[in-house]
Design a protein around this ligand. Structure first.
Ligand code: FES
Length: 183
């Protein structure tokens, strides 16, 4: 009929805007803005959440005891508890190092694992040698290989003395190879 309004036409006579096109446009704009706001929030939040997990473990100086308590020229095993933080995980480990105080006051510190296959070694005081019970590697006071299958000397660790205390950074190295490769 000539007097009926076309349902696809919005507004009064003469305005032929397709129904929903404005609504669709605003929906797109709203969705786009919401997406941008969401992205703006998500990027820093994601960085905040995952960045600790991506951080590499920081090496830490650990107090392993008083310098005065180290006998001169006689290696001593020093035990300590160290805390390591890896991302959100905080772990506590019981660690040990071997420390040797020289007559001049300098201190050498060795990682406690044999460089052959990682067994713990001990100090044989009578023979003045470090001995590994697993396959018979033997090291001198300087950590040099004297006998056995060990492919390299004992692994030295960073050490320093502050206020009469011996501080070390505990590190672990790959065993069984001639090169010193930190784990
Ligand atoms: S692990 Fe020490 S000699 Fe093999």
């Amino acid at each position: 009929m000539s007097g009926e309004r076309d349902p696809s036409v919005e507004g009064g006579a003469g305005f032929h805007t397709p129904v929903g096109s404005r609504r669709t446009f605003f929906r797109w704009v709203t969705t786009g803005l919401a997406g941008l706001i969401g992205l703006g929030l998500a990027v820093p939040l994601t960085g905040y959440v995952i960045s600790p997990a991506l951080k590499r473990r920081e090496p830490q100086w650990v107090d392993v005891g008083a310098l005065d308590e180290l006998p001169e020229g006689e290696p001593k095993q020093l035990d300590h508890v160290t805390t390591s933080r890896d991302g959100y995980l905080e772990s506590r480990f019981q660690k040990a190092v071997w420390a040797v105080k020289r007559p001049d006051g300098q201190v050498s510190v060795f990682a406690p694992m044999c460089t052959h296959l990682g067994c713990g070694y001990h100090w044989a005081g009578g023979e003045k040698q470090f001995k590994c019970p697993c396959h018979g590697s033997v090291f001198d006071l300087e950590g040099q290989v004297v006998a056995g299958p060990a492919p390299r000397p004992l692994d030295p660790l960073p050490a320093k003395v502050e206020n009469g205390r011996l501080l070390v950074i505990f590190k672990e190295f790959k065993s069984g190879i001639a090169q010193r490769v930190e784990l």
